[in-house]
Design a protein around this ligand. Structure first.
Ligand code: ACM
Ligand code: ZN
Length: 540
């Protein structure tokens, strides 16, 4: 009995010591502004640091800043365990004040002034303030339960590119709305401001269109899926789609994090799910089956059928209603024109429009341009602008479209930026995060090139030979996550992280950059992935 009570007393005293140590007032960890992406300028002011603790208040007056403050309080709670109070009244000291008063500064930029009694985060706009708060969050390098000492300094920062994209294919594999929100949180952590959402393809239609119910009734489910690239199929029905209520909720969730959602409806190819739902939209009338394997198929929308244009009007009217983004993605990639060559209606349309081969485009490519232009005109009437894959250039689309350039010149890709198109770069040589990192990896697409972390970091979005005008046409950079070989959301995270950290510096920081110094910052940044519970590929 004596022995047991001694053991109990021992356990109790260890617990008391542990509790005292973990809750002891006065413990503090020092913050470090060497975060990802690296801020443009940090000037130390040499005075005493600011101590952030459970009694620090965040001062936010207007509603956009209150949203910023609430998100910041959540981030800090995850890292420290304490919750900051939010107020619209100015205390005399120990506060973090948020403002969007730096209106002369470039969009999304911010200045943070850290003094011993306060921190002021001034954004050029609410997004700028948000990125300032992200820097304060990321500067915490550990120490749950501890106060944080922010070194006194003035930090001035802003992005290199206005379009900083992250993409997710929710067709080849479907991820529920909560996973999509987590993906948006991950984008926000990397200062990414555009979520390119691939919502339709041969393997499934994932967006509710209320005037076309068959799209989700039939088109959202495939009867099975190819196993790897084996030629064998399982016979497990696979499907899912987002209701308009869910889509609007996700758009609002992203907007709170200063992220615009750009939906992609890929046309006129990658449309077998739609053809399965409405077979009369194809050149042959079918029958069609939602695709169970990967790759490109000959079955595309019939460009000679007037009801296809009515169908597209209905789809894009609802898309524009749900998604407020100025840019709407209309796809345009990987379109074999064989069916159009043989289809009497498509041939009649070519004749009616007087389309002829020339040095730039064939008649069928011009027909593709006709259908893309139809959608573009419809969206332009609503104040929207189209973005599409670089095949749009081959087909002769004018420079009103933003080009998303994915193919390297070896694969026939033309450089839109050199020809006057506003261009977003997402080369499959460097920024396709579904490609495996290295030989021997088991997650991700095993068949194509490997894209290690240093190769992402080494990517140069603006060739040295570009004129200033051509350079200005490059409006941004994006990372893509196609999901043919990525069935789970844990694996999506693994493929994206930490390559997205390298992408974040390409998007935000001026070049050139030092990869070794990036790796040092990354070591601490991985702690944030741990704290947030994100799955990532450990460094080699
Ligand atoms: C693409 O990867 N087909 C845009
Ligand atoms: Zn046709």
């Amino acid at each position: 009995m004596g022995k047991i009570s001694n053991i109990i007393r021992g356990v109790v005293s260890i617990a008391v010591i542990w509790l005292a140590a973990s809750c002891a007032p006065g413990q503090a960890v020092e913050a470090d502004y060497n975060v990802i992406p690296l801020p443009h300028s940090v000037r130390s002011s040499g005075s005493d640091p600011f101590r952030m603790s459970a009694s620090t208040t965040v001062v936010a007056v207007d509603s956009a800043q209150v949203v910023n403050a609430e998100l910041f309080a959540e981030y800090i709670k995850t890292l420290t365990g304490f919750r900051l109070k939010i107020t619209d009244r100015m205390p005399s000291e120990n506060y973090i004040r948020l403002a969007a008063s730096n209106e002369d500064a470039a969009p999304e930029s911010y200045r943070i002034t850290v003094a011993s009694d306060s921190i002021v985060v001034e954004g050029a706009d609410a997004a700028g303030t948000f990125y300032g708060l992200q820097t304060l969050r990321k500067a915490i390098r550990g120490g749950r339960g501890d106060d944080v000492l922010y070194p006194a300094a003035v930090i001035e920062d802003g992005p290199r590119f206005s379009y900083r994209g992250g993409h997710l294919d929710c067709v080849r594999h479907f991820f529920p709305a909560d996973s999509v929100k987590t993906y948006i949180d991950i984008l926000a952590l990397h200062n990414i401001n555009r979520f390119h959402w691939h919502l339709t393809d041969d393997q499934g239609w994932r967006i509710e269109i209320r005037s076309l119910p068959e799209l989700t009734k039939k088109g959202s489910v495939r009867s099975g899926t190819i196993i790897g690239n084996s030629g064998q199929y399982d016979s497990v029905p696979y499907g899912g789609y987002y209701t308009q209520t869910e889509l609007r909720d996700i758009v609002a969730y992203a907007a709170d994090r200063h992220i615009t959602v750009i939906p992609e409806i890929d046309l006129p190819g990658h449309m077998v799910a739609a053809l399965t739902s409405y077979p009369s939209l194809g050149c042959t009338g079918g029958p069609y089956e939602v695709y169970r394997r990967w790759g490109v198929t000959d079955d595309i929308l019939c460009a000679g059928n007037d009801s296809v244009y009515v169908f597209l009007d209905k789809v894009f009217d609802e898309v524009a209603d749900v998604f407020p983004s100025e840019l709407i993605h209309i796809g345009g990639d990987e379109v074999p024109h064989g069916k159009w060559e043989k289809c009497p209606r498509c041939q009649a349309k070519i004749k009616e429009l007087g389309l002829k081969d020339d040095a730039r485009s064939t008649a069928v490519q011009k027909l593709q341009n006709h259908i893309m232009k139809h959608v573009s005109d419809r969206l332009a009437a609503k104040g929207r602008r189209v973005i599409g894959w670089d095949e749009l250039i081959d087909n002769g689309f004018d420079t009103t479209a933003v080009i998303m350039s994915w193919r390297s010149p070896q694969d026939g890709g033309q450089d839109g930026a050199a020809f006057g198109y506003k261009t977003v770069r997402v080369p499959n040589t460097h920024l396709y995060f579904d490609y495996q990192y290295a030989e021997g990896d088991t997650i991700g697409a095993p068949y194509w090139r490997k894209i290690p972390l240093d190769s992402v970091y080494a990517y140069n979005p603006i060739p040295k030979c570009f004129t200033a005008e051509q350079a200005a046409n490059v409006i941004g950079v994006q990372g893509n996550v196609w999901t043919e070989f990525i069935p789970s959301f844990r694996e999506v995270q693994y493929m994206a992280l930490p390559r997205m950290a390298a992408l974040a510096e390409l998007q935000w920081c001026d070049s050139p950059k030092d990869y070794e110094a990036f790796l040092v910052r990354l070591k601490y940044f991985l702690n944030l992935y741990e704290e947030e519970g994100y799955n990532y590929r450990p460094l080699d």
